[in-house]
Design a protein around this ligand. Sequence first.
Ligand SMILES: [Zn+2]
Length: 414
Amino acid sequence: MGGNSYLQVGPDFRVQGSCSPEQGVPSVECELLLCMNAIRVLALPLLSLLLLGWREPLSVQGVDQATLTEILHDMPKTEIHTHIEGAVRPETILELAPDYQVTLPANTVDGLKSHIQMRPGETLLDFLKKFDCFRFVFDHPESLRRISYELVEDTARENVIYTELRINPIKHPELLSVDGVLDAVIEGMDQACRDLQVEAGLIVSINRSYSVESAMQVAQAAVARMDRGVIGLDLAGDEAHHPVEKFKAVFDYAQAHHLHITIHAGEAAGPQSMAGAVEVCHAERIGHGVRLSEDPVLERMFQRRKIPLEMCPNSNLLINVVKDLPSYPLARYYHAGIPVTLNTDDRHIFDINLTGEYVAMARHNGLTLAELEDISLTGARVSFLPAARKAALIRRMEKRMAEFEARWRARLGR
Ligand SMILES: [Zn+2]
């Protein structure tokens, strides 16, 4: 290339040709050209900032706990890791029990909560027993429709615009088939989305203790409903004793049918479980991944490949996967550039909500409001929606986020 090669200024401001520093001190003419080029490179972003009205990010520093909770409740949110089984309202269990001639261990909401909610110091074994007294709600289409509807309603009440629900559809097949479970859940979810003007998708979950044959049947039922709201396949359960590799054929099948894949890993077992989920079973996202930091090489791989984590701080705390929230690695992963999202996992078993998870990360992980907004938007960016719906969701979230910011700037006078 000949001619005025010194006019070629790249984005990193390196100057080629006669103004190169290797060729001596630049002349006045040369400095002028450098200056003009710098102005040209900076002009567009500067003009954009002026036109759009650039402002400091809204800060919540110094606001009291109640106001912080109100702000984060109001913030538009996404949730992409929530199990229907762990999100059944205690009130609903009490109301439904007589319909199915079920005797519960308590007949008041508070009494029932003491049986179905996790308390500090309890173990994973205790967690699994929490479901014993209300498994009947998963055996009937009517109750499944109701609890699915109510989960979307619970998330919408705290300004969650988009939710990805998940359920393991093998309950009591002699009472209700896998197809029957999935169809009822889809009906309840869709009805709630229509009534509440929110969006949702269903992830079908496979338990690691299943045979490969049973898991394949679940995957086939999921694929058969991809045009009716099923957007992904998940693997959950005993991570330590049932390595992900056992299900390679099932996830090969899902991938071949373009069904998205997320896998619980790096929770009960170490980082090698996460590596298997990604490398062998095509996981696009990882459920939890809290133990990723134990393997710096794998952490760099997640950083490089931008593999999203569905993080659930209070779930991990209550099941003793982490010792406390200040040491929770969400902020570390976020600042390393790994896409992280915030989720409840099992909201009624843990007696938590999504707003509380955001408050916890603001208080204990030092995340700013701008960072929490980014984490909420990440849920839309890494959602399993088809491309056009995902783009529309991101636009809707950004618009709602701008309205939220304007509302709170006015209220806080900042
Ligand atoms: Zn989970």
